[in-house]
Design a protein. Sequence first.
Lengths: 351, 351, 351
Amino acid sequence: MTIKTNPGNFFEDFRMGQELIHATPRTVTAGDVALYTGLFGVRFAINSSAEFARGMGLPEAPLDDFLAFHFVFGKTVPDISLNAVANLGYAQGRFGVPIYPGDTVSTTSTVIGLRQNKDGKSGVVYVRSIGVNQTGAMVLDYCRWVMVRKQNEAAAAPEPVTPTLPGVVAAGDLQVPDTLHVAGYNTALAGSPYLWDDYVVGEKIDHVDAMTIEEAEHMIATRLYQNTAKVHFDAMMQKASRFGRRLIYGGHIISLARSLSFNGLANAFKVVAINGGRHVSPTFAGHTIYAWSEVLGKMEIPGRSDVGALRLRTVATKDKACADFPFKDAEGNYDPSVALDFDYTVLMPRR
Amino acid sequence: MTIKTNPGNFFEDFRMGQELIHATPRTVTAGDVALYTGLFGVRFAINSSAEFARGMGLPEAPLDDFLAFHFVFGKTVPDISLNAVANLGYAQGRFGVPIYPGDTVSTTSTVIGLRQNKDGKSGVVYVRSIGVNQTGAMVLDYCRWVMVRKQNEAAAAPEPVTPTLPGVVAAGDLQVPDTLHVAGYNTALAGSPYLWDDYVVGEKIDHVDAMTIEEAEHMIATRLYQNTAKVHFDAMMQKASRFGRRLIYGGHIISLARSLSFNGLANAFKVVAINGGRHVSPTFAGHTIYAWSEVLGKMEIPGRSDVGALRLRTVATKDKACADFPFKDAEGNYDPSVALDFDYTVLMPRR
Amino acid sequence: MTIKTNPGNFFEDFRMGQELIHATPRTVTAGDVALYTGLFGVRFAINSSAEFARGMGLPEAPLDDFLAFHFVFGKTVPDISLNAVANLGYAQGRFGVPIYPGDTVSTTSTVIGLRQNKDGKSGVVYVRSIGVNQTGAMVLDYCRWVMVRKQNEAAAAPEPVTPTLPGVVAAGDLQVPDTLHVAGYNTALAGSPYLWDDYVVGEKIDHVDAMTIEEAEHMIATRLYQNTAKVHFDAMMQKASRFGRRLIYGGHIISLARSLSFNGLANAFKVVAINGGRHVSPTFAGHTIYAWSEVLGKMEIPGRSDVGALRLRTVATKDKACADFPFKDAEGNYDPSVALDFDYTVLMPRR
């Protein structure tokens, strides 16, 4: 008789080059899209209207890119981060083919780096995770690194390997859906007259709106992605933690920030890359999330004169409006209100 | 570099006859229907069962009429009522073709009245909003008026125009779907033996059931409709308001009242008109909503002997059961428990 | 003028052999599935992935069996248990054809037993309820008994009839979908290497994970099933009850327990029978639900060498981890933490 429950992997269980096939492929549906809309209030026209999407050359409305991200990410939790202490960073995230209702997403990961911490109690695991649809086409390919506990502190430390991960996804690596065009793009229906040409590097945008998070909301969202990390769901266990309560899945703040960013970036119709990102501080139910963005770069897309890319930093704060763009102090320390510092690339129509 | 966020229109920004194309068309899906069922517990058979709807001559189960209303209404918020002080009234609401999953709804509005308040700080804006599906067929055509703040109090007052809005939609203006029939209407499956013939003008019905509202529920619902009014979502901002907390979207109470009205009006299978309505007092999470209805009128539908119309007043109360039909006192002041006083018209099969 | 609201049936309203056609057939959709996933975080691959389900010979991903149960059960509430004091037990529950999105479920019940309590104030009603899809094929056939109040205590007691209900559904009565096979069953994607052969009678499994319940969650779930029992929704009425607050629908705990059981029983891909079950103690929002299971029996399925059945007891507890399998004390009294003691049968692939 063997123990049938999955205890998750501990730091000493990972090997360089190890491949992990994650459980529970997920067919995504219009139901997931409705729930995502209800939880985050997203309004980007391409995801909201099948008619609008067809007007852009797509067969129907694709899923919000971060909803795709959460499905791909969620699969990895039971194998990668069940025993994680912290989710440290993201890099080289590239979105591939759009996901449509009816598609089935599954994820595999490869260990690309391992570095035990000096105290011998934990270590950093770097993985590259690839989500594919039912035809095997890449949906999302990204790297993340997490700090994972050791179960057996006496286990030998692995040879340390820290992968080289560029801080930005190159313009040539950004994938624009083949059939996509913006010939008949309607800015009135999309909700803003401002296109790629109107944004300036260094420009900061206060997204003005805000949303307060309830326990039911972040748990429903996180379960929808089949993310099983106990810290989000088990209030009793969390009473004994240093936070004393349930911790909100970091991706919840990414989605809120993206939704809030509509007000100022309504024509940023597609996320094509995650360059980096940091969950600066934890969030809990009751927090009100605000957001602001800075245009970090403008990139032309090779071979396309109709759409351009904007590299953005979107910062989400807790219980603090963003009119003065809270970020870091002179010493480089984040303002205590900052929950998320996220660096990503979006597409926008050009004039 | 221009300000990219939408501040919403202020009273002085509106012009008589102005047409507004509202952003973000919305494809509605079975996911929206499920969420609406989960949030309100609606049980009208025509909306719940594709088989039942087909038995009535429809291609499949249409969306609940108030879900259609919320989608049409939600589009108008960023342009009409982002700076509203109060949502004052509705009139001449006519439902057109049913919406089915897969349809895409979009909304335009026309300013049909303007009247600055005496204090010069705000004014009343009257709009007629029309929601259409992807073929351009009218889904809902209604008028509402809201009190909107001025940003620049020095702005000149417009010529005052108050539109003439009849207090009831005439029977000849009620739209019954072309193919609809009630030949095989099954009252056992519909949940009540009482048909149009059984109701009497002046009859009052206590709907008996009740539902307590949670913050997560009204926010999920309101985001589902892509209604962006901050008062519903930003608990931190609302702390400084006269209410001290998030205000529930008035339409949430309309949907709760309609759902509760099933117990007593189960065969009122379709809402065809909104004659008027008043959000009498604000509602907050924690309130328990009860409802009662009065039959205000019975109308024959021109050209149809199989279905008749009932004009109803449905009153929703907060934290007070409706066995004694709380409404107004001798001076005409509403009972403090009343949240909603709603005047609308429904269809019911005739014997 | 008649009272139009449904007061529900009281004990004296039931007759032996009485047949009840329950209202509001329900077309189930991908939206219901998404909401169920969001509320319970279920991960069984056959229900999560259309590709996985097709690999098992099914046309697409069937609904979770307990979601089917809730739809069938929900229909019965307005007629059977609106005036119930307690939901006493289940027996002889057999699942028939799987439900797929687009199917319409309706339910009828037959009274199979009646026994007035000695105090003359209430009695036990035994019903057999059968849910069918739109073709009339049986989806779920089960018995339950509830204690129902009398309205008129002077009403004569019926001849007492207690039906004979075997404590377990026989292996020969278990229905395996015709086309189902496990030839290409992928345990890596399903989430566990353990198959039917690996489980031992008497084996206990602590499912480790846990979920805390919010008011919004159990109400959204219960309304989704169109279950109308007031005790779940009306916080104001419940203030005056012996619990002082809303009571969570017992089925909510069944679904949570099933979802938690994935960790240890990931290949239990289908529930085929409910042998018995008891809601041992009430649950409220704020409770954290844990679960453990015991293998009560292993059964071969007549005519099939590829799948076997496991009879399981799954116990759900409140605010108490299950590492030491909380159950009953020496006198046979349940541990105060136990909320649910559920006896059911699942299918699992054999080696």
